[in-house]
Ligand binder design. Structure first.
Ligand code: ZN
Ligand code: ZN
Length: 341
């Protein structure tokens, strides 16, 4: 079957791999139709993804169709269109036993720690497949990205009316902003790139987007001015950039919280007395859960979450090898690229 293999940084190979056999009990095989591309994939391509082993089949944002089901699979039928929850937990470690399987101690994420969906057919545990009768395959491939934002907002426990700052308006920032708004937050965006800022304002009804100074990122003073004297009580850093993540520690009001939605490799430093004085809460957010997948599908089906404008670039199996590298350039303006298989 057709497979796209990232054999080493910067080099995709169109190749053939063996199809999985008939699904075991509790499993299903799915045909991959759409694969969303995100920062994780781009960093893997340019060799800057930490702990990444080559060769690897990328692909963790998947819109798929069920082609066979094993015994004991009740909730799926052949032909169903599904979003794939790409997180394979061990089921037995301490976080798994307490229901925190999104941060399983030996979690394997499709396309990162184990081969992903840039191939025609994959075998999956059936509980990782979430069906929708209404959504397009392309929309199904966006559920995983939305899940990152939904989970981050859940971690923070956003209250109606509270002032929220989202730093970084890439797909994860946009997803986080959307769910923070759904939770009733008054959402402000901080994004250095004018193109991304404009995109967020045009497509996401986020009118209070904050324009940083031309010389660099916004200061606490800028923020106070923008928010009428107050500071946000919750800040989400969705950049994955060291400098931004250190700066974001200055933004929450006393008693507030900061959620690191993105991550990077370096150590983050902060002033302990300042952290203490403002009694901040610092939270990490990792992946998402099956409950969040199902909620997102319902929100997309009802139209409360509209992701139509997200997909700015498309390619097919036949031309993605030539096109993929161009998506790394900031001037490409990629918000979300989608590969069809
Ligand atoms: Zn992703
Ligand atoms: Zn586990």
């Amino acid at each position: 079957m057709k497979t796209l293999l990232l054999s080493e940084p910067g080099h995709f190979e169109r190749t053939q791999t063996e199809e999985p056999g008939a699904p075991a009990a509790g499993h299903a095989t799915v045909r991959i139709h759409r694969v969303g591309i995100c920062g994780t994939d781009l960093h893997a391509f340019n060799g800057r993804q930490p702990f990444f082993a080559y060769p690897r089949i990328l692909g963790h944002e998947l819109g798929a169709e069920v082609v066979a089901i094993g015994d004991d699979v009740q909730h799926l039928a052949v032909g169903d269109h599904v979003a794939v929850e790409p997180y394979l937990e061990c089921g037995t470690c301490q976080p798994c036993r307490s229901g925190r399987y999104n941060c399983c101690e030996s979690l394997r994420v499709l396309g990162v720690h184990t081969d992903g969906g840039m191939r025609e057919i994959i075998d999956m545990p059936a509980i990782k497949l979430h069906r929708s009768e209404e959504l397009e395959l392309e929309q199904l491939a966006l559920v995983e990205t939305l899940g990152i934002g939904a989970h981050a907002v859940g971690r923070a426990g956003i209250q109606a009316g509270e002032a929220v700052l989202v730093v970084g308006a890439g797909p994860i920032g946009l997803a986080t902003a959307q769910f923070a708004r759904l939770a009733g937050g008054r959402v402000h965006l901080l994004e250095l790139d004018a193109g991304r800022r404009g995109f967020a304002e045009a497509h996401f009804d986020i009118t209070a987007s904050l324009t940083p100074g031309v010389d660099g990122p916004a200061t606490v003073g800028d923020l106070r001015q923008h928010l009428g004297g107050d500071l946000p009580t919750c800040v989400f850093d969705c950049t994955g950039y060291h400098a931004s993540m250190e700066t974001s520690l200055a933004f929450p009001a006393s008693g507030g919280r900061l959620v690191f939605v993105g991550f990077q490799l370096e150590k983050i430093h902060f002033e302990n007395p300042e952290f203490h004085r403002r009694e901040l809460s610092l939270l990490a957010s990792r992946n998402s859960t099956a409950t969040e997948f199902r909620r997102i599908l319902a929100l997309m089906e009802s139209g409360e979450v509209d992701t139509t404008p997200w997909i700015t670039h498309r390619a097919s199996y036949d031309d993605v090898v030539e096109i993929f590298g161009s998506w790394l350039a900031p001037e490409s303006g990629v918000v979300k690229a989608m590969v069809s298989f």
